[in-house]
Design a binder for this molecule. Structure first.
Ligand SMILES: Nc1ncnc2c1ncn2[C@@H]1O[C@H](COP(=O)(O)OP(=O)(O)OP(=O)(O)O)[C@@H](O)[C@H]1O
Length: 281
């Protein structure tokens, strides 16, 4: 079901964010308009849309980095954690020194800081870089520091701009597991192009299109499971499919419905015989 506003009388939880007829112009260009929604406490929301549609702009409005050009945005939150798409370059602090500073400013005790940081550092596998200056850390490591920095402030609302970008597979899985746990404690809103993150974390999707925001309550993107017999494994590997399971000469591939026709064409073109196609349950 698509609607412009999930609002009003039907609301069950506490509303933590409420947008009423927001408009955002940048340099005289209208990026978002007529944006209205309510977000309940502990909701997990994915913001989706094509490149340049205005997802990051919407997130920055929610974070308070941008002011709306017109309209009203009410935040019923004490602390908002924001993770930008790109962590600032050229920070001279060492990784752990920086995170310790962030935690100290939150008034945490030394013992708590040590315990919490050690756990996060272990989870994200960044132990080898704790004494590396941030400006020398890789993009992925900096991305992790950006996420940890936001978590350390114990936010009521956690906003993440494309959080999986730049992370290796195991860190992506760790982050998803972490977000799944955090879902019960805070409101999580993230922009993403990744189905995996949406399927695992979101319970609502906001689609940004033509400057408008559409709220969608069905989160699982439709997928097909395709079973094929192949004669040449390297052909399949070249297709770089994210979700593929191979047993002898059979491959089971999960693919989003919108990409499935294209994939089937390629498989048939490469001498694969299609044994089964069904909807993912
Ligand atoms: N600071 C800015 N100055 C000028 N234009 C901007 C600025 N920030 C965003 N825009 C414009 O606003 C539009 C939306 O940008 P935004 O970054 O919000 O899109 P997005 O959906 O997050 O894109 P992507 O998926 O590529 O990250 C784009 O046309 C962009 O050029």
């Amino acid at each position: 079901m698509l609607n412009y506003l999930r609002s009003g009388g039907g609301s069950v939880g506490n509303v933590i964010l409420e947008a009423s007829d927001l408009k955002k112009e940048i340099d005289g260009k209208e990026i978002l308009q007529h944006v209205s929604f309510q977000i309940e406490e502990h909701a997990s929301i994915a913001i989706r849309g094509s490149n340049g549609s205005g997802k990051s702009t919407l997130l920055k409005l929610l974070a308070g980095i941008y002011d709306p050009t017109s309209g009203k945005l009410v935040r019923n939150a004490k602390r908002i954690g924001y993770v930008p798409e790109h962590f600032p370059e050229n920070l001279r602090f060492k990784l752990k020194e920086y995170l310790t500073l962030v935690a100290t400013f939150q008034g945490m005790s030394e013992t708590d800081i040590e315990a919490e940081l050690s756990e996060y550092i272990r989870l994200f596998g960044i132990e080898p870089f704790t004494n590396t200056p941030l400006k020398k850390c890789s993009k992925g490591t900096k991305q992790k520091v950006g996420i940890l920095q936001a978590l350390l402030i114990k936010p009521d609302i956690l906003l993440l701009d494309e959080p999986l970008t730049g992370l290796d597979t195991s860190s992506q899985l760790n982050l998803m597991a972490m977000l799944e746990k955090l879902k019960t404690k805070m409101t999580i809103i993230f922009t993403t192009h990744e189905d995996l993150l949406v399927d695992n974390i979101a319970d609502q999707i906001f689609y940004v299109k033509d400057g408008r925001v559409l709220v969608h309550t069905e989160t699982k993107s439709p997928h097909l499971v395709i079973k094929v017999r192949f004669s040449n494994k390297s052909v399949l590997l070249r297709l770089q499919l994210n979700e593929m399971h191979i047993e002898e000469d059979i491959a089971i591939i999960t693919v989003s419905k919108d990409k499935s026709d294209d994939l089937l064409r390629k498989l048939l073109n490469n001498n694969c015989s299609v044994l089964d196609v069904r909807e993912r349950i």
